[in-house]
Every structure is written in structure tokens, then in C-alpha cells.
Design a protein around this ligand. Structure first.
Ligand SMILES: Nc1ncnc2c1ncn2[C@@H]1O[C@H](COP(=O)(O)OP(=O)(O)OP(=O)(O)O)[C@@H](O)[C@H]1O
Ligand SMILES: [Mg+2]
Length: 1078
């Protein structure tokens, strides 16, 4: 949002009157008073219409700050208080926006502030035009060209400590956007005589002092210079130092500026060498030397200086020395050398110094131009800034002043042309009733100087070119002849009787009444300076140097390019360049800055009215104001006028569409301004009285406040509306985007879901298909496999017999069979006897048949035993069973057993039925007799034995007397509880009976028998068959027996045999029965 601009005017807060045209009563006094009032308040700028009058303040004013630049930027000329920036801004904007080339003409006398003004204009334009690295560099180069040119072209004069001693016109070039592209500097006539001589109280060009003060020791040594100014003849002795000027610091500034502008280091060095050489030239002195032929000759006094100059310039010393001593004149292929006398030698020296410096200066300008030249070739807009030396009146005015003042006349002329004349013509053009204002037109003076046939410059040229003796006096004579009648020309010899008595005018002088005052010129030096001759010997000598720069400065010294034609004179050169300049200026829109010098003391706050008045007069400022306000104080084209005041009338506000002129008419009528106060021109309104304008301004000011409120109101409304519309638009956009976003999201979701389902279905279908295909394939594969197996099987079955793979196994089995067959056959042959007691068995033939062999042995044995058993009859089987029982009962328990093994159990040893003695007994035994034998029954009381028959039937055993067969005891087998025997070989055994049984009345029975084993075995078996109970058979060497009521211990002891195997029993006591066994 741009800043809301409140239109102001130069009429706001005015000190005096900003624009002199608006002075209520216009006289020279009021004009000066206004200037003074403003000057006293630090307002150094005042307008006359669009012309800026600038009064040199000689002090620093705070009005050139960047803030000021911003303030004046893009503002209308009359909007703010008068300022040079307003003019610069106006010029720049009309250049940029309206495509009008501009020129800024800065005039005024020496010290009035022209150079400062030109710099202000340039810096303002630089500040407001485009920015950017490239543009900034261009700007910087343009601005920095100033210090360089000022160092070489400015000097302290009586009037100005920094007086421009050359004219400068600078074209700044812009592109269509108003960005600076580059520039071109034109320089006009440097006051080169200053190099060799300066008036009292003045200085040579700054650069000499700057170099000596600011150059480092090394640099000075390199340039063969001393630091003291007084070492050099060319530096005026007095006022070498200028108050407030730091030459050393300025030297650094200049060097820096040269670098920025684009000078190479070696270029700077070359330039300084030339400067040093010029300075040293002044120290060459000549002494007269008389020759025999009467001619005066000169000699260089001290050749050391010459030597050093030659070293600096890379010059052959002899060549330069000769050039200072001889002069060669060439005419019609003839060369004539004449010697130079001392005066001529000095003349030659000074001429060389001046020329060297002058050419160096021109070279510098060209070199700067090369740097600041626009790089692109496009159509350029141009703003020219003219800062030319001001009008000068010295005590002793010479050719230079003449030229300078001529130039100022020309500028005045152009000013008159463009302001006074055109202005008045404008009234006529606009059809306003107009009475012509008289003003001094200086065309007549210009004519006096520049007229081609009888102008002063033409005369001078004529004189210079004329053969024969030509002196300044002959020139003056000529002037007297030709110009004497001219009203602006005066001289002693003038025919005009008016001046005959004017003793103030010396004989060697003439006077011109310039527009700015009368100036008396001394003719001395006019011819020389106009000729501007440098002896050819010198230019040739210069051309011969090895110094890169000097050589280029003297191209005419090149013998190959030598021409006999005279170069144009200084005067005519200047005339041409001024004419070109004027032409150039006329094509551009002029902007005037008229500088005024307030005092001669260069002092601040001093306003010498007489001095200012003089300047105001010769600058024609009064006429300027008068013309501007003759009859009408203020004029303005209809458009801007309507634009400025249209808010004062309801009809014209805010828009008026029926032409600006009508608008202004309606406006003024409605405001009821008396008709005599204004006039309508063709394109402009002319206001007669300043008061009317102020009234208008007052009205406008008040109206503006209302309008500001209105604008605020509308602006606020607009802002809110715009904001609202923007919000609404944004809201629509946002909702559109949101909707889109959600729809899109939904769509994407749907799409992804669809795709998912699709993919699942496809997957499912594919898998199904795959399954079917796989199944089909597997079926096919299975069928094939089955077929293959089946075929394989068939083939194998058919061909198995042919398989070699089975051969091993077959061979193995066959071999094994064979081996086993052989084994069995051999075993058959070697079988041992069929006796069950046989233990031998053939040796094992093969290790692997070991188990079989043992097993066979066992089987064979079992089978052998079975076979053996199978031969038994039932009777024999019973005997064996008994034998087996006996073995189980006694084997390894009773020693007697071994003897019994081989004795067959006959059972019935007595065959009682056959023995008639035992008829009774036989009768008593109803049952079958299982055992019948004779045993010894031991007497319980004494241990003596008595033979008894022992009969065993299935239910009882009977004890009977051997002899009679009388039954002594019958004991049912069921009453037997146990049997006891010893472990020895004896045949004693005790039969224990159940206590309380009938048989046990006398107690247990003790018997001895050799057939003990058989008896007890049969007894045992009988009891088992009868009761199904096994009786206890105690085998021990000590056991208890029950005799009647006594328990008697039967104890077996080893003793001598008495009656065979039968033991001897002895009853020891009630308790013990000792049995002695073998
Ligand atoms: N606007 C200004 N503000 C402050 N000082 C100023 C201003 N203008 C000029 N001066 C002072 O006046 C002196 C002379 O000004 P300047 O060199 O511009 O004069 P000039 O018109 O160019 O003179 P010349 O014709 O001799 O070159 C400056 O050195 C400076 O001190
Ligand atoms: Mg100047």
C-alpha cells in the first residue's frame, strides 16, 4: 500500500516567497529583500517560475540528506519548498516519463556554486534512478569522475578555493526505464597558462599540491620529487595551503576515484609521471651564452633537473636539450634551424609544460569517457549537465577570461532566448493581451565577439595567420579599426570620442561591456595563446620518448604524420565547440540553475546586497520575473490547474469530462472570483494577482481536509469490501478445494476398495482355476506315474530274474543255505550218544552259527532226554518221579543222598503176603503196600535199636515186629507233622507227630535205615497225595524230639564206626540223645 500522499505546495510554510513571481509588489528591492530573507533563514533556493536561483551559503546546510532526497522524490515542482532536488526531480521524471532529453544549465560567476550544484543534481539523479549492481557501478563511476577532473582542472583562485578552470558538459545517458547507462564528458578550454604562472594569491592546479602532500616517500622518490612546494618554480609561493583543504587526504580520494573510474595502476603511475615532469620542467633554468656570430644562445644552467625529467619521461637527454636550444622552421622543403635565446628558451619550456599538462587533461577526460561509456547500443535518453566556468572579472584579464566570458555571454543568450523571449512569445501565442517587456538582449555582444567577418575572434585569427610581424599590439590596432564603432567595445584608440579621456583604460587594453559588466582585457599574450604553438622540435622530442602516455599525447611529433598545415587556433576551436554545445542545448529541454554569490569573502551568513544586486541585474533576473508575471503572476496549463483546484467546485469534482478549459471556467465562476483577476489563454490560465492564487490555495487547503476524510472513508470502505471479497473468494476456493479433496479421497477409497475386491475375486478365480489345473495335472501325473510304475512293475516282474542286482543276495542266501546244509549234515554225522548224561557236543564249525550251535545242543539234549523218557513204563516213570522227589528233598543237603541215587526204589522189600509169618499182618493191611522194609527203631529211653517192619500204605504207616509181624504201632499219615534227619551219611530219622494224636502217646519215633532216602521220599509223597500238604523235612545236625512229655535234643556227633553205617544212639539225660555217626 503506497503512502497516502497529502498534496503540499511550495506555498506551505513559506519564508518570504518561494517563487519570486508571487511577490506582491515587484521591485528590485523587494526581490533582493526576499532573497536575503530567505538566505538568512537558510533557504538558499528561490524560484522564478521554473528557474532555480541558488545563493551560495558558504556553509554546510542539512538539506542534502537521503531523507530530503526521498522527500523530493516523485513530487511536483511546486509541491515542496524550492530546492535544487525539485528541479533535478522534475528534469529526471520528464526525461524518464515523457521521453524529453534534458539539459541543466548552471550559470553564475566564479564561486557562485555551479560545480556544487552540478554535483547535487548528479547525486540526486543517482539516488533516485534505478538500482542494481551494474547500475550502481555506472553511477559510482559517473560520480567519481568529478574528484579526478577537479584535481586536474580546478584550482584556488581569488574568488573560489575550488574554481573550475575548464568548462565541463556531461551527458548522462539513461535507458528507457531511466536506469543510467553511462555518460560522455566534454571539456572546454582548460586555463593552461595557470600551469606556469598564477596570479598573486592563487594556486596552480590542485593535483600538484595533492601529489606533493599526499604522495608517499617512495612515490615521491620514484617521481624524483621533493615534498616542499617552494622547491618548484611553477608553484606560486604564496597561499600554497588553502584553509580547510587537506591536500593529502584529497590525493587519496583522487587515487581512489581513479581506481573506481577504471584507471589501471600503471595508468595512474604514467599520469603522475607526467605531472611530476611538468612540475620539474619549471625548475629548468637557462643562462645566456653569446656566440661569435653575435647570436644570443642559451644554455641550461643545471642539467640535473633535465636529466631527471628525461629519466621520468624515458627521453633522450640530448634530444630534449637540443629542443630547448634550437628551433627548426620548415618551409617549402627547407629546414632552417635557429638558436633560441634565453627568453625564447623559457618560452619553449613553458609552452612544453602547458601543452603537456593540457594534453594530459584532455587525455584524462577521454580516458574517463572510455570507462563511463554506455556499454549497450540502445536508444538513450540524455540529461546534460553544464558546469562551465563562471563569468570572471579579474584585475588583469587575458585571453582566457575573454574566452570564458564569451562562453557566459552565449549561455546568457540561450537563457534569454528560452525564457524571456519565448515567454513573451507565449502570451502572444496564447492570445493574451500583452505589453512587451524590455530586457537586455546580449546578442549584440555575442555578435561583437564571434562575428565571422569582424568579430574579435575573427580578427585575432586573421592577425595570427597574417604573414609579417604579428604582435598583440598590431592585433589591438586592428580591433581599434574594426570594432571601435561598436557600442559595447571600448579602447584608448577608439574613435569614439566618449572614451578619449578615459584614462582608466591603458593603451594595451580594450574593454567590452559584457552583459554582466565591463571587463578590461590586456591584449598581451592574445596572439600567442590563440596560436597555441609548440615548437615542432619539442613536439618531435616528446614523440620520441619511451613514455607510453607522453608519446600518444604528441601525435603531431611523428615525422611521418607531420603536416605543414596550421592547426586551428584556440579561439576558433573554442568558438566551434561552443557553437556545437549551444546547438546541443537547444535540442533539449532546459532547466536553469542561476547561481548567485552573496559575498566576496567566501563567508557564510554574509549577504552583500550590492554584489547580489549586481548579479541579479546582469543575470536579467528582474526581467525574468517581470516577464513571468507581467499582468499575470501565475500561469498554468488548464489540466494541472483543474487537477489542483477541481475539488473546490461540485461540478468539477471528482471528474470533469468537458475539457480542462471549460472545467477551469466553471470552477472560477462558481468560486466567484472577479473576472478581471484572470485571463483564459489558449492552453493556459493566467492569474493576475498572487493574492487570488493564495485564496485559491487557502480554499484548497480547507477542502483537502474534508477530502482526506472522504478518502479515508472511501478507502476504509474499499479496504473492507476488498477484504470481504477476498475472504469470500478465499472461502469459495477453500470449500471447492475441500470438497474436491473429500470427493477425491472418497473416489480413491472406492477405487482402492474396488481394486481390492477385484483383485480378491481375480485371485480367487485364478486360485480355483489353478487348483483345477493342478488337480488335472496331478491326475495326469498320477496316471502317468501309475502307468509308469505298473509298466515298471510288469517289466521288473518279467525281467527280475535277469537283474544282476539280485544276484548277490541270491548267491549269499544260496551260500548260507549250502553252509547250513553242510553244517547240519556234518552235525548229523558227529552227533554224540543218546545218553542223557552225555555232555559232549561237536565243535562249532562257523562263528556265525555259534548261537544256533548252542541252541541245537540244548534242543538235542532235550530231545535226547525226551526220547529217553519216552522209553519209560508207567511204573518206571513213578520210580523216577520218586527219585526226582528224593533229589529235590535231599540233594546237596544230606550226605547219604549220593549213595541212594543208584539204588532203585523197590518199595516192597519184604513181600509180606508171601511170607506166611506175616499173615496176620497182611490181613491187617487192607490197602496196597507202598513200602515194606525193615528199620531199626530207636528206644526212646536208652537209645538202643530194635528191628521192626515198617509198612507204608496210602493212609498210614505201620510198625510191626520183625519176627512176629505183630503190629506195634499204626500211625495215620495225617498225624505226621514233620520229619528230621541229620546232614551226615547216617540213616537216623525222626518222625514228628501231632501233639495229642493217638499215635503220639509215647512221643515221636526215631528210626535208622539204610533206605532212609526212599522211606522219607515215599512218606512225603504219600502225605502229599493224602492231605495235599507238604510236610516239613528238617535236615540238621541237632533237632528236638518229643518223648512222652520231654523235649529231647538229638545231637549228632562224629565218632568211630561201630556197626557199619548205622549210628550209635546214647541217651545221655532227659534232654539229650547223642548220636555218633561215622
Ligand atoms: N550549496 C552549497 N552548500 C554549501 N556550500 C556551497 C554550496 N555551493 C557552493 N558552496 C561553497 O562555495 C564554493 C564554491 O562553489 P563552486 O566551486 O561550486 O563554485 P563555482 O560556481 O563552480 O565556481 P567556478 O566558476 O570558479 O568554478 C564551494 O567550494 C563550497 O565551499
Ligand atoms: Mg566550478
Amino acid at each position: 500500500m503506497t503512502k497516502l500522499e497529502v498534496k503540499t505546495s511550495l506555498l506551505d510554510n513559506m519564508i518570504g516567497v518561494g517563487d519570486s513571481v508571487l511577490l506582491e509588489t515587484l521591485t528590485e528591492d523587494t526581490f533582493l529583500e526576499n532573497l536575503k530573507k530567505r538566505f538568512d533563514h537558510g533557504e538558499i533556493y528561490t524560484y522564478i517560475g521554473n528557474v532555480v536561483i541558488s545563493v551560495n551559503p558558504y556553509r554546510h546546510l542539512p538539506i542534502y540528506t537521503p531523507e530530503k532526497v526521498e522527500e523530493y522524490r516523485n513530487r511536483n515542482f511546486y509541491e515542496l519548498s524550492p530546492h535544487i532536488y525539485a528541479l533535478a526531480d522534475e528534469a529526471y521524471r520528464s526525461l524518464r516519463d515523457q521521453d524529453k532529453d534534458q539539459c541543466i544549465l548552471i550559470t553564475g560567476e566564479s564561486g557562485a556554486g555551479k560545480t556544487e550544484a552540478s554535483k547535487l543534481v548528479m547525486s540526486y539523479v543517482a539516488a533516485v534512478c534505478g538500482k542494481g549492481a551494474e547500475v550502481n557501478q555506472v553511477k559510482e563511476q559517473l560520480l567519481q569522475s568529478n574528484p579526478v577532473l577537479e584535481a586536474f582542472g580546478n584550482a584556488k583562485t581569488m574568488r573560489n578555493d575550488n574554481s573550475s578552470r575548464f568548462g565541463k558538459y556531461m551527458d548522462i545517458e539513461f535507458d528507457f526505464k531511466g536506469d543510467p547507462l553511462g555518460g560522455v564528458i566534454s571539456n572546454y578550454l582548460l586555463e593552461k597558462s595557470r600551469v606556469v604562472k598564477q596570479p598573486r594569491g592563487e594556486r596552480n592546479f590542485h593535483v600538484f599540491y595533492q601529489l606533493l602532500s599526499g604522495g608517499s616517500e617512495a612515490l615521491l622518490k620514484q617521481l624524483k620529487l621533493e615534498r616542499e612546494f617552494n622547491q618548484y618554480n611553477y608553484l606560486g609561493l604564496d597561499s600554497a595551503k588553502v584553509n580547510g583543504v587537506d591536500d593529502a587526504a584529497n590525493f587519496r580520494t583522487v587515487k581512489n576515484a581513479m581506481q573506481i573510474v577504471g584507471f589501471m595502476d600503471d595508468e595512474v603511475e604514467l599520469v603522475l609521471e607526467v605531472v611530476a615532469a611538468v612540475l620539474k620542467l619549471g625548475n629548468i633554468e637557462f643562462k645566456p651564452e653569446s656566440r661569435m656570430n653575435g647570436l644570443d644562445e642559451s644554455r641550461i644552467q643545471d642539467k640535473n633537473e633535465l636529466k631527471e625529467i628525461c629519466e621520468l619521461l624515458g627521453q633522450d637527454q640530448a634530444v630534449l636539450e637540443r629542443a630547448f636550444s634550437f628551433r627548426t622552421v620548415e618551409a617549402k622543403q627547407e629546414k632552417v634551424s635557429t638558436t633560441l635565446n634565453v627568453a625564447q628558451a623559457y618560452y619553449a619550456r613553458d609552452a612544453l609544460a602547458k601543452n603537456l599538462y593540457n594534453r594530459l587533461f584532455t587525455w584524462l577526460v577521454n580516458r574517463i569517457n572510455e570507462s563511463i561509456k554506455a556499454q549497450i547500443k540502445v536508444r538513450k535518453k540524455v540529461m546534460g549537465v553544464l558546469d562551465i566556468y563562471g563569468f570572471e572579472i579579474f584585475e588583469n584579464n587575458s585571453f582566457e577570461q575573454f574566452i570564458i566570458n564569451y562562453c557566459n555571454e552565449k549561455l546568457q543568450q540561450i537563457f534569454i532566448e528560452l525564457t524571456l523571449k519565448e515567454e513573451q512569445e507565449e502570451y502572444v501565442k496564447e492570445g493574451i493581451e500583452w505589453t512587451h517587456i524590455e530586457y537586455f538582449n546580449n546578442a549584440i555582444i555575442c555578435e561583437l565577439i564571434e562575428n565571422n567577418t569582424n568579430g574579435i575572434l575573427a580578427m585575432l585569427d586573421e592577425e595570427c595567420l597574417r604573414p609579417g610581424t604579428v604582435t598583440d599590439e598590431t592585433f589591438l590596432e586592428k580591433l581599434n579599426q574594426v570594432c571601435a564603432v561598436h557600442e559595447r567595445f571600448e579602447s584608448r584608440m577608439s574613435k569614439s570620442s566618449r572614451f578619449l579621456n578615459d584614462t582608466t583604460l591603458p593603451h594595451t587594453c580594450f574593454r567590452i561591456q559584457h552583459y554582466a559588466g565591463k571587463v578590461m582585457y590586456h591584449v598581451e599574450g592574445f596572439v600567442d595563446k590563440n596560436n597555441d604553438l609548440l615548437y615542432r622540435d619539442l613536439s618531435q622530442a616528446m614523440w620520441k620518448t619511451n613514455h607510453m602516455l607522453v608519446k600518444t599525447l604528441f601525435p603531431e611529433g611523428n615525422p611521418a604524420k607531420m603536416s605543414l598545415k596550421r592547426p586551428p587556433t584556440a579561439g576558433s576551436q573554442f568558438k566551434t565547440s561552443v557553437a556545437t554545445l549551444m546547438k546541443n542545448l537547444q535540442t533539449k529541454n532546459p532547466n536553469y540553475i542561476r547561481c548567485i554569490k552573496p559575498n566576496d569573502q567566501k563567508a557564510p551568513h554574509v549577504f552583500t546586497e550590492a554584489l547580489v544586486c549586481h548579479q541579479v541585474r546582469y543575470l536579467g533576473l528582474m526581467e525574468n520575473v517581470r516577464v513571468r508575471r507581467a499582468g499575470y503572476a501565475f500561469k498554468q496549463p488548464y489540466e494541472p490547474c483543474l487537477e489542483r483546484y477541481k475539488m473546490l467546485c461540485s461540478q468539477t469534482w471528482p471528474h470533469w469530462r468537458q475539457g480542462a478549459r471549460n472545467g477551469v471556467q466553471v470552477l472560477l465562476t462558481e468560486l466567484q472570483i472577479p473576472p478581471e483577476e484572470f485571463s483564459y489563454g489558449r492552453s493556459k490560465i493566467f492569474i493576475r494577482n498572487p493574492r487570488t492564487l493564495f485564496e485559491l490555495e487557502d480554499l484548497r487547503k480547507r477542502r483537502l481536509e474534508d477530502l482526506a476524510t472522504l478518502i479515508q472513508k472511501i478507502y476504509r470502505g474499499w479496504k473492507c469490501r476488498t477484504h470481504f471479497q477476498l475472504m469470500k473468494k478465499s472461502q469459495i476456493t477453500i470449500s471447492a478445494w475441500t470438497k474436491r479433496h473429500f470427493q477425491r479421497k472418497k473416489y480413491l477409497h472406492l477405487k482402492s476398495v474396488t481394486l481390492l475386491i477385484q483383485s480378491y475375486i481375480r485371485g480367487w478365480k485364478a486360485r480355483k482355476l489353478l487348483r483345477e489345473l493342478k488337480h488335472q495335472k496331478r491326475c495326469e501325473a498320477s496316471a502317468t506315474t501309475i502307468a509308469a510304475y505298473w509298466r515298471g512293475f510288469q517289466v521288473r516282474r518279467e525281467y527280475r530274474k535277469f537283474f544282476r542286482a539280485n544276484a548277490g543276495r541270491k548267491i549269499y542266501e544260496f551260500t548260507i543255505q549250502r553252509i547250513i546244509q553242510k553244517y547240519f549234515l556234518e552235525l548229523k554225522k558227529k552227533l554224540p550218544s543218546m545218553s542223557p548224561t552225555e555232555t559232549t557236543w561237536p565243535a562249532r564249525p562257523y562263528l556265525f552259527l555259534d548261537n544256533t550251535h548252542i541252541e541245537l545242543k540244548r534242543i538235542f539234549h532235550l530231545w535226547r532226554c525226551k526220547t529217553y523218557r519216552d522209553q519209560f513204563t508207567a511204573q518206571k516213570r513213578a520210580i523216577f518221579e520218586e527219585k526226582l522227589e528224593a533229589s529235590e528233598l535231599f540233594k546237596d543237603k544230606k550226605a547219604l543222598y549220593t549213595n541212594s541215587v543208584c539204588q532203585p526204589f523197590q518199595g516192597d522189600y519184604l513181600e509180606i503176603s508171601k511170607n506166611p509169618r506175616y499173615q496176620k499182618l497182611t490181613a491187617a493191611v487192607e490197602e496196597k503196600i507202598l513200602l515194606a522194609d525193615v528199620v531199626n527203631k530207636i528206644n526212646r529211653a536208652n537209645g538202643k535199636g530194635a528191628p521192626r517192619i515198617f509198612l507204608l500204605t496210602q493212609s498210614k504207616f505201620i510198625i510191626a515186629d520183625q519176627k512176629s509181624g505183630q503190629i506195634k504201632s499204626t500211625v495215620p499219615v495225617m498225624d505226621i507233622t514233620s520229619v528230621s534227619v541229620s546232614k551226615q551219611t547216617d540213616g537216623l530219622f525222626a518222625v514228628h507227630l501231632k501233639e495229642g494224636s493217638a499215635a503220639a502217646a509215647k512221643g515221636d519215633f526215631l528210626f535208622t535205615s539204610d533206605r532212609l532216602i526212599e522211606i522219607i521220599t515215599k512218606l512225603y509223597r504219600t502225605i502229599f497225595f493224602k492231605t495235599n500238604q507238604k510236610i516239613n523235612v528238617v535236615i540238621d545236625n541237632e533237632f528236638l524230639v518229643q518223648f512222652n512229655q520231654d523235649k529231647v535234643c538229638v545231637k549228632f556227633i562224629q565218632g568211630a564206626q561201630k556197626n557199619g553205617n548205622l549210628p550209635t544212639c546214647k541217651r545221655k539225660n532227659n534232654r539229650l540223645l547223642e548220636v555218633t555217626v561215622p
